[in-house]
Design a protein. Sequence first.
Length: 232
Amino acid sequence: MRALRTCRKGETENWGDSRRHYPRLAVKNPIPSATVSRLPVYLRCLSDLPTTQMTCSSDQLGTIAGVNSAQVRKDLSYIDAHGVRGVGYDIDELRRELRRALGLMKSHAVAIIGAGNLGTALSNYPGFAGWGFEVKAMFDVDPSRVGEEVDGLLVEPLSDLERIVSERSISIGIVATPSHAAQDVADRLVRAGVRSILNFAPAILRRMSGVEVRRVDLSTELQILAYYLQQD
């Protein structure tokens, strides 16, 4: 087994298990991961602009996003978005290019594993649907939770995970389980064919080739904030 490393929020965890490997899709001129992490920020910034505004300069977009204009232009060059000198980028066209680059031109079926407080809150998050992510399944091992309805979604037994992932074409799994259960759940998601996982569990997952894991650890983020507080 390869050595593990701790990842901060926003980092990609590629984790491995020698039992099975998923080939990564071939990508022409792959975009650097740092740029990929900024593309959704640019897309969000465009959504915050006045609806009557037709164009946006790299200076304006950079100011809103918190990066310099040269970085904006470099990032957008990876998605073949080209502005006009003295005019800027056509906002509608840039929004389309960003959505295309991020794979948001089609919807993605999502499954949440863990119907506790966090999983329930995530299922109720209205922002998923607006960006093309549809929560199609929620699982739990607690018999008292199975059969409950959460925001119109039936909580189903974890024992049915593989079948439901296949039947509903689940492409993204959200792990919202206690730490001790996270690895087993992630392994099962991958064996079922899921290659993208958002991990909210306070656990580091093993690496696997061809699987992308984004880890969100709220306690880690609070610890980082505590560090900066003591610098005052």
